[in-house]
Structure formats: structure tokens, C-alpha cells
Write a protein that binds this ligand. Structure first.
Ligand code: B12
Ligand code: SF4
Ligand code: SF4
Length: 360
């Protein structure tokens, strides 16, 4: 462990909170590292196969619930929240009900959050080191293999709701999480208490019944997984329920009563780009790969690539009201389509009573 002979842990924490606010974080907390119950839940979740094609979840093993194995010497987790709700975006329900438009989840309408949170956390750690002297740390956002929600709960940032997202009593759930794993002996916060009570609105609202029990998400049924993480064909039986959701899904959070306390994002980079809050499906489907690359640069959507993006839009077009424009948009992309995209286009055309040329 780093030697900091004159460290005043309480003063260091106050510095940290001040610096975090200045860097755009909406809340920060400090957790101890032990999460034995969450480790058990993670193991059961993997055992049930709920992770689907996300093989990295299994590969990272117990490092996910034991941060000290990921970064030796870690004794505290600094957990940070950044709100992303884009206030100026088109009203979500109106877009979900307009089947000719694509619905993109609120978190992905602006710039990729990894590009915002990671540098801000690295800067926070550097600035704190200037204040109190060098210390050991590692920055994590999302892809780093720690159980972020469990650690954030223990840092007092909120509780894990029945839909499995972290909720804060005074800020809802429209926020990202990031962490600094550290060897600093900072004073730990009290874990947040849970406030779902008897509510089950998220379970009832899920279009694909992915929340198989309170706090248990079968990712293989979740539209967020199907449209972002799943690489192969989307299971036929789930395609109709996906509706017009072409990247991620927000339904379980849209119905959560705690989100009336959510705050709008203050970071300008979370505001909508390229009209992605209510795009016409036929227009999106006409994008070439070069246009996708250019327009999605810097967006989280870029990570899924043109092929999966096209697969998702084909499903939404299959669920859109039949029209000549929809059929023409689908047929227009058949030539040169990969096997994966072609199969989804053929499915969509069949939904509209049309056939791909060459099919008997
Ligand atoms: C894998 C992953 C996914 C997967 C699986 C989601 C999941 N629930 O696990 C998929 C692709 C489906 C997904 C979707 C989304 N994700 Co995601 N995802 C992750 C990631 C990388 C790992 C999550 C994980 O460890 N899952 C493992 C399982 C075991 O955990 P769990 O389901 O949450 O279960 C916990 C509890 O519910 C409880 N539990 C489990 N079973 C049981 C049973 C009982 C009886 C009890 C009492 C408790 C209990 O213990 C578990 C451990 O704490 C994290 C980042 C990270 N590194 O943590 C982001 C993260 C969770 N995702 C995030 C977001 C924003 C989303 C979406 C909202 C995006 C979108 N709009 O499409 C959706 C939300 C879907 C949903 N309802 O959860 C944010 C959440 C922020 C927040 N406020 O909570 C995170 C933290 C990323 C970030 N850095 O901000 N995600
Ligand atoms: S994100 Fe959508 S599909 Fe996934 S659990 Fe929530 S409502 Fe269900
Ligand atoms: S909708 Fe209800 S049950 Fe679901 S997370 Fe929110 S408060 Fe909890």
C-alpha cells in the first residue's frame, strides 16, 4: 500500500467531493470492497446462462466481485454518478408509439459516455494526487470487470431496483456509473437502503418479459442485450416485441416512479446528435456504411457496427406499418447485404406480405 504518513482521510474525502463536482459528476461516494451476497447472485446468474453471448462476464470470474484481485492493494472504491437524461430530446412515449420512427435509448443519443466518464475520472484521480500526494488507483467505467451497481449501492449512491438498475431517491436512475479503485483509506459511506416496496411496474412493462423475477434479468430476452450485445440473429419469437427499439431499451426505467426525481444532464455532450431522438426508419436504413461511420463517430452506437445496426433497423421496419416506402427501403438494401442482414430483411418483408426477389 502507498505510504501517506500525513494523510487526513476526512479532509481527502472533502477534496475529492469538491473536485468531482467541478469535473461534472453529480454525486460521489466511497465504498468498502466486500460484496459477498452480490458475488453469489452473480454466480447464480452466470449458472442460469442469463449472460447469453457476453462471454466476458464469465471469463472475468470472481475478479468482478473482488476488486482487490483486479487491482491489488485496493481497499476502497470511489463510486461516481453522472446524469445523462437529455432534456431537449423528443418525448420517449411519443417516439415509441410512432412505429415509423426508431427509438434509441436515452443514454446513447449524444456522445459515447465512456469518452466522457473515463477521462473525467482519470483527471479526478490526478487532481486528488496533487492535493494529497501520490496514491495507488485504477479507473473503471462499464467495460472494466467490477460489479458497478453493487459497489455504488455500498457507496450510498442508490439501491438496485427490481429492474436491476441503480436508483437514487433524489435522482432516479438515468445516470452512468464509474469508479476509482484505490488504496486510500478514505472514510466509507453507508450503503443506500432499498425503496421499491410493493411496486412491480418495471416487471409488467418489459416488452419481452426479461425481468424473470424481481432483481433477476435474463439478458438473453432483454432488448438492450438483443440490439447491442448479441452478435448473431435475433430470435424470431422476440422480434415482434422489440417494436421500433433499434438501440437499447428504456421501458423499465420509463415507468419507474422514482424517475420523476431524475435530473437533466448538465454535460453538453449528452445532448441529442443527428436527430437520433426520433429518426425515420426508412431514412436510417438508407445510410451507407460510410455515412454510418461518419455520423456515428464518437457515439456509443458506433461500437455495434453497421451490420448489427442494419439488422436492428430491419427488425423495426418489419414491425412498422406496411407501406410502399417501407417495402422499398427493405428491398433497396438486399443487394450486398451480409447473410445476417439479409435474413432479417427477408423476415421483415415477409411480415409485410412481400418476398425478397429470388425467393421461391
Ligand atoms: C452486462 C451489462 C448489461 C447487460 C445485462 C444487464 C444486467 N442487469 O446485468 C445488458 C446488455 C442487458 C444491459 C442493459 C442495460 N444496461 Co448495462 N451493464 C452491464 C454491465 C457491463 C455489467 C452488469 C452486471 O454485472 N450484471 C451481472 C448481474 C448478475 O447483475 P444484475 O443483473 O445487476 O444483478 C444484481 C442484482 O440484481 C442482484 N441480484 C441478482 N439476482 C438476484 C436475486 C435476488 C433474489 C436478489 C434479492 C438480488 C439479486 O445481485 C446482482 C449483483 O449486484 C454494467 C457495468 C458494470 N461493469 O457493472 C452495465 C450497466 C449496469 N448498464 C447500464 C445501463 C445504463 C444499461 C441500460 C439502461 C442501457 C439501455 N438503456 O439499453 C440497460 C438496462 C437493462 C436492465 N433492466 O438492466 C448502467 C446502469 C446505470 C444504473 N443507473 O444502474 C451500467 C452500470 C453501466 C455504467 N457504467 O453506467 N447491461
Ligand atoms: S431494458 Fe427493456 S427489455 Fe430490458 S429489462 Fe428493461 S424493459 Fe425489459
Ligand atoms: S418500477 Fe417499481 S419495482 Fe421497478 S425499479 Fe422502479 S420502483 Fe422498483
Amino acid at each position: 500500500m502507498t505510504q501517506l504518513p500525513r494523510l487526513d482521510p476526512a479532509a481527502a474525502k472533502r477534496q475529492l467531493e469538491e473536485r468531482a463536482r467541478d469535473l461534472g459528476f453529480d454525486r460521489i461516494g466511497v465504498a468498502r470492497i466486500d460484496i459477498p451476497e452480490d458475488e453469489q447472485h452473480l454466480l447464480q446468474w452466470l449458472e442460469a446462462g442469463f449472460h447469453g453471448e457476453m462471454g466476458y462476464m464469465r471469463r472475468h470470474g470472481l475478479m468482478r466481485s473482488r476488486p482487490q484481485e483486479l487491482a491489488p492493494g485496493t481497499i476502497r472504491i470511489i463510486s461516481a454518478r453522472m446524469d445523462y437524461w437529455p432534456a431537449a430530446a423528443r418525448e420517449p412515449q411519443a417516439v415509441l408509439e410512432d412505429a415509423g420512427r426508431g427509438y434509441i435509448s436515452r443514454y446513447a443519443l449524444g456522445r459515447d459516455y465512456h469518452k466522457i466518464l473515463r477521462p473525467a475520472l482519470a483527471r479526478l484521480a490526478k487532481e486528488l494526487a496533487q492535493d494529497i500526494g501520490a496514491f495507488g488507483y485504477r479507473v473503471c467505467v462499464d467495460s472494466a470487470p467490477v460489479l458497478e451497481k453493487a459497489l455504488a449501492r455500498n457507496a450510498g449512491l442508490g439501491w438496485i431496483g427490481k429492474h436491476t438498475n441503480l436508483i437514487s431517491r433524489d435522482a432516479g436512475s438515468w445516470f452512468f456509473l464509474g469508479e476509482i479503485l484505490t488504496d486510500l483509506p478514505l472514510p466509507a459511506d453507508e450503503p443506500a437502503s432499498a425503496h421499491c416496496g410493493t411496486c412491480t411496474a418495471c416487471i409488467a412493462a418489459c416488452p419481452t418479459a426479461a425481468i424473470v423475477a424481481p432483481y433477476r434479468l435474463d439478458a438473453r430476452r432483454c432488448i438492450s442485450y438483443l440490439t447491442i450485445e448479441h452478435h448473431s440473429a435475433i430470435p424470431l419469437e422476440l422480434r415482434p416485441a422489440i417494436g421500433n427499439r433499434i438501440y437499447g431499451c428504456d421501458d423499465c426505467q420509463l415507468v419507474c416512479p422514482w424517475n420523476k426525481y431524475a435530473h437533466a444532464a448538465s454535460h453538453p455532450d449528452f445532448q441529442v446528435r443527428h436527430g437520433l431522438d426520433a429518426p425515420q426508419l426508412t431514412e436510417l436504413f438508407a445510410w451507407t456504411e460510410a455515412q454510418f461511420e461518419e455520423r456515428m463517430r464518437g457515439s456509443a452506437i458506433h461500437r455495434i457496427g453497421y451490420e448489427k445496426w442494419s439488422r436492428n433497423i430491419a427488425v423495426a421496419l418489419g414491425n412498422a406499418p406496411a407501406s410502399e416506402a417501407v417495402v422499398a427501403a427493405l428491398e433497396g438494401r438486399l443487394e450486398g447485404a451480409s447473410g445476417l442482414v439479409r435474413e432479417h430483411i427477408e423476415w421483415a418483408l415477409a411480415r409485410h406480405g412481400a418476398r425478397a426477389p429470388g425467393l421461391s
